[in-house]
Design a protein around this ligand. Structure first.
Ligand code: AMP
Length: 190
């Protein structure tokens, strides 16, 4: 199985590149942000719990997200692989994902990180907020808080995969297809 962690701060282009990866490699896209927003829309107990964190630009507690991803993976027993987008966001989440995948004999093949400077991210997210309807993209204070959460809690996840020699960084600036070409080159080695 080709299991990939697509990594990068909010606004780096993970969603866009995921769509292209799904099409080319027939993988299942698991975006914890998308799943949480769907839970919230359906007013499930998980959605209600998650909402108070999401509305403040804070990360949802690890155990909620880990359980959620574990259940989602079980829905696709015969997939060629998963693209994890927006997950893992903390080192405990990365450890839990390793445990779940190693138990199935299908470890993460690699982390592909999209690198984009902070001011560019803020610009992109403000533009995205005009169409996406996402409240957390429409408020610059919330956008900056999410980037701070990323810098403090999520950046260490890159170190986690670097230690396993699974980290590849790519500049997330430029043409979408050019960036995808670089990602494909890495995925083709998996
Ligand atoms: P995203 O769509 O990935 O930007 O996620 C939107 C929001 O959902 C984040 O700001 C967090 O509140 C929450 N979220 C998404 N993925 C995770 C995760 N792996 N761990 C904790 N919170 C998450």
């Amino acid at each position: 199985m080709i299991n990939i962690v697509l990594f990068g701060p909010p606004g780096a282009g993970k969603g866009t590149q995921s769509e292209k990866l799904i099409a080319k490699y027939e993988l299942i896209h698991l975006s914890t942000g998308d799943i949480l927003r769907a839970e919230l829309k359906n007013n499930t107990p998980l959605g209600v719990k998650a909402q108070e964190f999401m509305n403040q630009g804070l990360l949802v507690p690890d155990e909620l997200v880990i359980d959620m991803i574990d259940h989602k993976m079980e829905e696709f027993p015969s997939t060629k692989g998963f693209i994890f987008d927006g997950f893992p966001r903390t080192v405990p989440q990365a450890e839990a994902l390793d445990k779940l995948l190693n138990a199935k004999g299908n470890p993460i093949k690699g982390m592909i990180a999209l690198e984009v400077a902070e001011e560019e991210l803020v610009k992109r997210l403000i533009i995205r907020g005009k169409d996406s309807g996402r409240p957390d993209d429409q408020d610059e204070t919330l956008i900056r808080k999410r980037i701070t959460e990323y810098n403090t809690k999520t950046v260490p996840v890159a170190e986690f995969y670097t230690l396993q020699r699974k980290y590849s960084g790519i500049k997330g600036i430029g043409e979408i297809d050019e960036i995808f070409g670089k990602i494909s080159k890495i995925v083709d080695t998996f």
